[in-house]
Write a protein that binds this ligand. Structure first.
Ligand SMILES: O=C(O)CCC(=O)C(=O)O
Length: 324
């Protein structure tokens, strides 16, 4: 099946993304090998991702979507004249990331940390598995609201690098809704892995006096940096981890095609820490819902920014000094 794309609804920050066959392609499906873990490991090594349509229980995903939709409605983010489960954005609503809708959400936990998801990881990783306690949750309202190209390792690389992301749609995502795009071959770009792939977004430049003072003051006051202070400070990654703000330019620079598909609830996309990915703008009236969650062997070191009831996240407890 070919991707159905209208170029005016396939954009990033309002600018058209290329849609020719040499620049955009379809993800390779691996549902034909869903329980053949040797083959899945070969495909992950070859492609940097596994696309597993229908791997999860669609009814459980729909139940989790309804739980999320109720929270969005309670926060007055949905159009009150439309059914809650349609997740049509209220007028002027602008949201993108809401970790709070994933917190204490048993319906979502059942999809992400139980059943077919955990069974997949136990087979794929070949041992006892743990997941991060923190769940990232994307609530992409209509408009220019894509995700900039990045590797995940720059946000979560303090433990094992044999860590995997599950990107789990909680909407049926048409091409104009801005589903995830993965850059072909980006996990084999060794120069990129040795440079950009070594960054840690929570490392600050301690040889910059202003930065040192901002961090020391916040620590002494037992609080995180404010947004403005974070902007003033000098970091190892000045872009807070994004590789660029332009998926088209990133593709031209690194080569390969952006790969994607229309996604349905129940589908699962798994990728490595060194797989460049992004998402386009949302041209529909719905809030596009998805979670990203992380899994590794329990025996391997873990990045403690994402562990526990009150994880450090990217807050003051996570900041580490370096000479820039
Ligand atoms: O859903 C998106 O737009 C971005 C997801 C993402 O960056 C991730 O899964 O790491």
């Amino acid at each position: 099946m070919k991707l159905q794309i209208a170029s005016d609804t396939f954009t990033f920050n309002g600018a058209a993304l290329e849609t020719g066959a040499e620049t955009l392609g379809q993800l390779r499906r691996s549902d034909d090998a869903a329980y053949d873990y040797d083959e899945l490991r070969r495909r992950m090594a070859a492609d940097g991702y596994l696309y597993l349509p229908g791997q999860l229980d669609r009814d459980e995903v729909i139940t989790a979507r309804h739980a999320v939709a109720r929270r969005l409605a309670d926060a007055n983010l949905l159009d009150p004249s439309r059914p809650v489960e349609d997740c049509i954005a209220g007028e002027g609503v602008r949201v993108g990331f809401m970790a709070e809708v994933a917190r204490d959400n048993p319906e979502l936990d059942k999809v992400l940390y139980d059943g077919p998801m955990m069974e997949f990881y136990r087979g794929f990783l070949g041992g006892e598995v743990r997941h991060f306690d923190y769940t990232w949750f994307r609530t992409k309202s209509p408009g220019d609201n894509g995700t900039q190209p990045h590797y995940d390792v720059v946000y979560m690389g303090r433990g094992t690098r044999k860590l995997f992301t599950s990107w789990t749609p909680l909407s049926d995502i048409t091409m104009d809704m801005g589903g995830l795009i993965v850059l072909e071959g980006s996990h084999r770009q060794h120069e990129l892995i040795d440079t950009y792939g070594q960054l840690d977004v929570d490392r600050y430049c301690e040889n910059d006096a202003t930065t040192r003072e901002l961090i020391e003051t916040a620590r002494a006051q037992g609080r995180d940096l404010t947004g403005a202070e974070r902007g003033q400070a000098q970091w190892q990654s000045p872009t807070f981890g994004s590789y660029s703000n332009d998926p088209a330019a990133t593709r031209r620079e690194l080569g390969g095609r952006w790969l994607t598909d229309e996604y349905r609830m129940g589908d699962l996309l798994v990728f490595s820490m060194y797989t460049m990915h992004a998402s386009p703008d949302n041209h529909t009236a719905q809030i596009r819902l998805s979670s990203d969650s992380r899994y590794q062997l329990a025996s391997e070191p873990v990045d403690d920014r994402w562990i526990g009831d009150d994880p450090p996240l990217h807050g003051i407890r996570a900041h580490k000094a370096m000479i820039c």
